[in-house]
Design a protein around this ligand. Structure first.
Ligand SMILES: *Cc1c(COP(=O)(O)O)cnc(C)c1O
Length: 484
């Protein structure tokens, strides 16, 4: 055999060996059928599944199967392993009984959209590569921008979540305000105890970790105190420091508090601060008249983030960053690489890669676009409104049970706690949390506010209805009876 034949024989052999990767129609049909059976079993059993399954931390027999090796396995074997060892232990986010942290969604239509996006694998990073995919994503950015109240040359990016969205906004703020390494130690950032920790993380990863961070006081509604803010900025200016960035909350994670956004915008423009609003949790309540009233002034922010995987019920992996002036986002992210010299079409639409640190990326727009086009926005509006009413219902009912509560809920978060006639209140409330965990049908979380251990209820899942709230109230009622 000559050298060329030898090479061709090897190539053919490898082609044969790699065949499983390129499935046939029959194989695809078997796989899809198995997956459909699995997802149907999952969804049909969801109402009776626990919202929180205690334990599962210890290694179990058979856990070696998590590890990757050279063996191949059948799809049924994989799905049954996932059912037992992935779906079971821990929190069950798509459950309607999920009242903890920020509840998640998981629209089925989004899952199918992900499937489509993964099969067609459109290159959504650059306009010329997939004008259709980029148009889909930019249409979502325009919709979200209008929702916030932006007009004119705003821009944005679909991110993997709120943390990355905050990071992109902070990087744009840094570059627009021209904060160089030498300025970091004298640059000042204003926030409050209600801010999400991802903002502090965003400062760290954007090289701003050594800026001065001022924790401004909050009022009895956990909203930032404007007098303290102004006083602090004045003091900082007098001390020769460089006030530069103000973080506001439009629905804080802990308590759902909405800061006085309009006043914060005025202060920001007076002092030349970049005003960033974190609406990761609260943002989609802007779909409601009530939300728009409560978040009045949000359109004045230089940047805003929202999390579709929270208030729009999309599965995890969807955040949005919006920047009032798209040029600021472009300046912080675009780069001319010579291997991209064939890229065209910049005059028609912005490319996501020029507005974020990502380049090759998941075509994540489709998971939002398909449900919004399929259902229209009305069912989303109704579900969010239902959540506000369920929250009010819970607030009233839990008080009737003798619990103390935080302020009347701005959105769909209630913090509550019981003060027993004798004994330690923190221990008593930890006991309640333990009862809820042991029961497992519903799940809440806890937080610490002003040094006090409190219980925390959030309604945000499209599967959460009055039944689940009543189950929680019943558990609380039973606990009170057994421990009075
Ligand atoms: C959830 C949340 C974040 C972080 O978003 P991820 O999507 O979890 O990365 C930031 N801010 C607020 C207010 C949030 O609720």
């Amino acid at each position: 055999m000559n050298e060329k034949d030898d090479l061709l024989t090897q190539i053919k052999y490898l082609e044969e060996q790699a065949k499983p990767l390129d499935s046939t129609e029959e194989e695809r049909s078997l796989l899809l059928n198995a997956v459909n059976n699995y997802t149907e079993d999952f969804l049909k059993s969801l109402p009776s599944q626990k919202t929180y399954e205690v334990a599962g931390y210890e290694k179990q027999k058979g856990d070696a199967f998590f590890e990757i090796d050279d063996e191949s396995s059948g799809i049924d074997c994989l799905l049954s392993f996932i059912t037992k060892r992935v779906d079971k232990p821990g929190l069950n986010p798509p459950s309607g009984g999920h009242f903890a942290y920020i509840p998640a969604g998981g629209l089925y239509a989004s899952a199918l959209a992900d499937f489509i996006a993964a099969v067609s694998n459109r290159y959504a990073g650059v306009f010329f590569a997939s004008p259709g995919a980029v148009r889909t994503e930019n249409a979502l950015i325009r919709w979200a921008g209008r929702l916030v109240g932006y007009t004119g040359d705003f821009g944005g990016n679909l991110t993997s979540g709120g943390s990355l969205a905050n990071m992109i906004a902070v990087a744009a703020a840094r570059d627009t305000r021209n904060i160089k390494a030498r300025d970091v130690e004298i640059s000042v950032i204003y926030t409050c105890s209600q801010a999400h920790h991802s903002l502090i993380k965003a400062l760290k990863v954007t090289g701003l970790g050594e800026c001065i961070v001022r924790m401004i006081d909050t009022d009895e509604h956990y909203r930032m105190d404007m007098r303290h803010l102004k006083k602090q900025i004045d003091e900082d200016k007098r001390a020769g420091l460089k006030p530069f960035l103000l973080f506001g909350n439009a629905g804080s994670t802990d308590t759902g508090a909405i800061d006085p956004l309009e006043e914060m915008a005025t202060i920001s423009s007076t002092y030349g601060l970049w005003f960033h609003v974190d609406a990761a949790y609260g943002g989609f309540f802007l779909l409601l008249e009530e939300g728009r009233k409560k978040m009045k002034g949000i359109h004045l922010a230089d940047s805003v983030i929202l999390d579709p995987h929270k208030g729009l019920f999309i599965p995890y992996g969807s955040g949005i960053v919006l920047v009032k002036n798209v040029r600021h986002l472009l300046a912080a992210n675009s780069y001319d690489a010579h291997y991209m010299q064939d890229a065209q079409g910049a005059d028609y639409e912005y490319s996501p890669t020029d507005l974020s640190p990502e380049m090759s990326k998941h075509f994540r727009g489709l998971r939002m676009w398909i449900p919004l086009k399929l259902y229209g926005t009305k069912p989303f509006v109704s579900s969010l409104e239902e959540k506000l009413l369920l929250t009010r219902y819970f607030y009233e009912e839990v008080r009737k049970l003798g619990f103390h509560t935080g302020p009347y809920p701005d959105l769909s978060v209630v913090v509550f706690w019981y003060v027993p006639a004798q004994g330690d209140a923190n221990a008593y409330n930890k006991g309640i949390m333990e009862s809820i965990k042991q029961d497992g049908r519903v799940f809440i979380s806890t937080t610490t506010i002003d040094g006090q251990f409190v219980l925390r209820f959030v309604a945000l899942s499209f599967r959460t209805h009055i039944e689940q709230v009543d189950i929680l109230l019943q558990i609380l009622r039973d606990h009170r009876k057994q421990n009075s």
